[in-house]
Design a protein around this ligand. Structure first.
Ligand SMILES: Cc1cc2nc3c(=O)[nH]c(=O)nc-3n(C[C@H](O)[C@H](O)[C@H](O)COP(=O)(O)OP(=O)(O)OC[C@H]3O[C@@H](n4cnc5c(N)ncnc54)[C@H](O)[C@@H]3O)c2cc1C
Length: 494
């Protein structure tokens, strides 16, 4: 196998300057951190190589709207290649990095392919943690990718279809019970949206059961929702969820998950749809850096986001654990933090490359700008002093709760209700990548708000049905049996 980078680099130019000999900055991950880093390197005399196993940048904050049929998948994903089509020093590869070989400064791909880097920015994000119970994943999917959101959408819509076909009252309750584990922003938003789906959007589409009676249970182990926000926002979110009929269980933990039920503090609740939004586990690439990790697998980086002993390797976004240099508080795992880290490390790289180029010109020395890092502790200490430490600028946080309700904390101000919801809508529209996506999402929201309909109620991939006793299963052609079927069809199941 040939090195994927070799063919491309000689054709790389930045403006009128050939950058064939310029350093290669590899960015792993085209999420919030990676994209911000590559964009911030647009004017640097470097070759930027962005590698992502997906071909799209994903706007994770709206995943729950895909899961609840508000938006189609294409509205919240944008081809990474298109983001950078005008950035001449950026090269995009759709590939999966499986390891990082620090001593030889190379990335490792499948089939033992390797690619070199001079600087490396690792921004590969995080996945779901089941707190040591990975076997629960098959029954309670997490929500991190478009595939996850599609699986959840299929299960939710399938559950309503199953309810329409069910004649067994106990099974019906399981079809109409939705358990969301984790009371962070994703759990709050998802549980509100599922309840809203049953109450406002689809209740008139089914004949045999009352979709409004769908039971949505939100389980949170701590004593409040949205623990990263203030107590008043937590209380508002709790009240708003309870007002629309979500059953919130605070201070309770999930102790087991099976195909047909979940155990909450020892109580078995039968449910065919369980979603896990409780835990986060950083991407396993962090482990191949040999650096110290926290219990979520996040890399303990230096204050400048570099890896101890490897000053040319940075880790950013959801993969790191780091305290803000100004407040001393842990930097949260949110999109703005990943973006700010991306820009911060890009600035460091740009400055260092520019400084070396100046030096090289002055000395009229060898034009190669490649720098070797000896991993010497003193060198890294001196560099750290020059580079400065990462400071997180907290722009605030918000979460929406069903129709026209949200909580928001921005610039020290707390507001709840309709205005918070409007703020939430506009901020998310602005942050979405792609003009088309913004227009399409805005239209979907407007239509959904006015008509109460959800535009993407598509079950794909034929997920299996959980119906225990379907209407007509006893059917024969005798008059009595036909009458039974008709009776079943007309009967409303409670
Ligand atoms: C459901 C949900 C809702 C959220 N809501 C909000 C919100 O409302 N506000 C907010 O600020 N934050 C929110 N977040 C958090 C926010 O999305 C993350 O903090 C942010 O995405 C982190 O950015 P990142 O660049 O570190 O990783 P990501 O954005 O996750 O990007 C990682 C990228 O790396 C790629 N990748 C992974 N492994 C490899 C590999 N081995 N090789 C190549 N590529 C790889 C992935 O394909 C992905 O594109 C939410 C997260 C989720 C899951």
């Amino acid at each position: 196998m040939t090195d994927p980078l070799v063919k491309v680099m000689p054709t790389a130019y930045y403006g009128s300057m050939s950058i064939v000999d310029a350093p290669i900055v590899v960015v792993i991950g085209g999420g919030f951190g990676g994209v911000a880093a590559v964009q911030a390197l647009a004017k640097a005399a470097v070759n930027v190589v962005l590698i992502d196993k997906q071909n799209h940048h994903l706007f994770q904050p709206l995943l729950y709207q895909v899961a609840t049929s508000v938006l189609p998948t294409s509205n919240i994903a944008f081809p990474i290649r298109r983001i950078f089509r005008k950035q001449e020093n950026a090269f995009i590869f759709n590939d999966e990095v499986i390891g990082i070989d620090l001593p030889s400064s190379q990335l490792v791909f499948a089939n033992n392919r390797k690619a070199p880097y001079d600087y490396l920015i690792v921004a590969a994000g995080a996945g779901t943690s089941y707190f040591g119970h990975d076997e629960w994943a098959q029954f309670a999917p997490g929500m991190k990718s478009l595939e996850d959101a599609t699986v959840i959408r299929n299960r939710i819509l399938r559950a309503f279809e199953d309810a329409e076909a069910e004649t067994d009252a106990t099974a019906l309750r399981a079809h109409l019970t939705f358990v969301i584990v984790g009371g962070g922003a994703t759990g709050v938003e998802l549980s509100g949206a599922i309840k809203e789906l049953g109450v406002d959007s689809i209740c008139k589409d089914y004949r045999r059961f009352d979709a409004k009676s769908a039971r949505v249970i939100l389980v949170e182990a701590s004593d409040r929702l949205l623990s990263s926000m203030s107590h008043s926002s937590s209380d508002s979110a709790l009240k708003a969820l309870q007002d629309i009929g979500v059953e919130v269980r605070l201070g309770q933990s999930v102790t087991n998950v099976c195909a047909d039920s979940v155990e909450i503090d020892g109580e078995r609740v039968f449910a065919n749809t369980i979603v896990w939004t409780a835990g986060v586990q950083a991407n396993s690439l962090g482990a191949s850096l040999g650096a110290e990790l926290d219990r979520h697998g996040r890399v303990k980086v230096e204050p400048d986001c570099s890896v101890k002993g490897a000053p040319n390797v940075f880790v950013i976004g959801d993969m790191v654990t780091l305290n803000c240099a100004k407040t001393g508080k842990p930097v949260p795992g949110v999109a703005p933090a990943a973006q700010q880290m991306g820009r911060f490390v890009a600035r460091i790289i740009s400055h260092e490359v520019a400084a070396r180029n100046k030096q090289a010109k002055r000395a009229d020395a060898n034009r190669t700008t490649k720098r070797s890092f000896d991993g010497d502790g003193t060198q890294q200490k001196n560099m750290l002093a020059e580079r400065g430490a990462f400071v997180y600028f907290d722009k605030g946080s918000m979460a929406t709760i069903g129709r026209a309700q949200a909580v928001a904390e921005v610039a020290g101000l707390k507001f709840h209700g309709f205005f918070a919801w409007i703020a939430w809508l506009f901020i998310h529209l602005i942050l979405l990548v792609g003009f088309n996506n913004r227009i399409l999402v805005f239209l979907s929201w407007a239509i959904s708000y006015i008509t109460y309909s959800k535009g993407s109620r598509i079950i794909s991939g034929n997920p299996h049905s959980n119906v225990v006793s379907p209407v007509g299963s006893q059917a024969g052609n005798s008059q009595g049996q036909r009458r039974t079927v008709v009776k079943q069809l007309l009967e409303r199941v409670q």
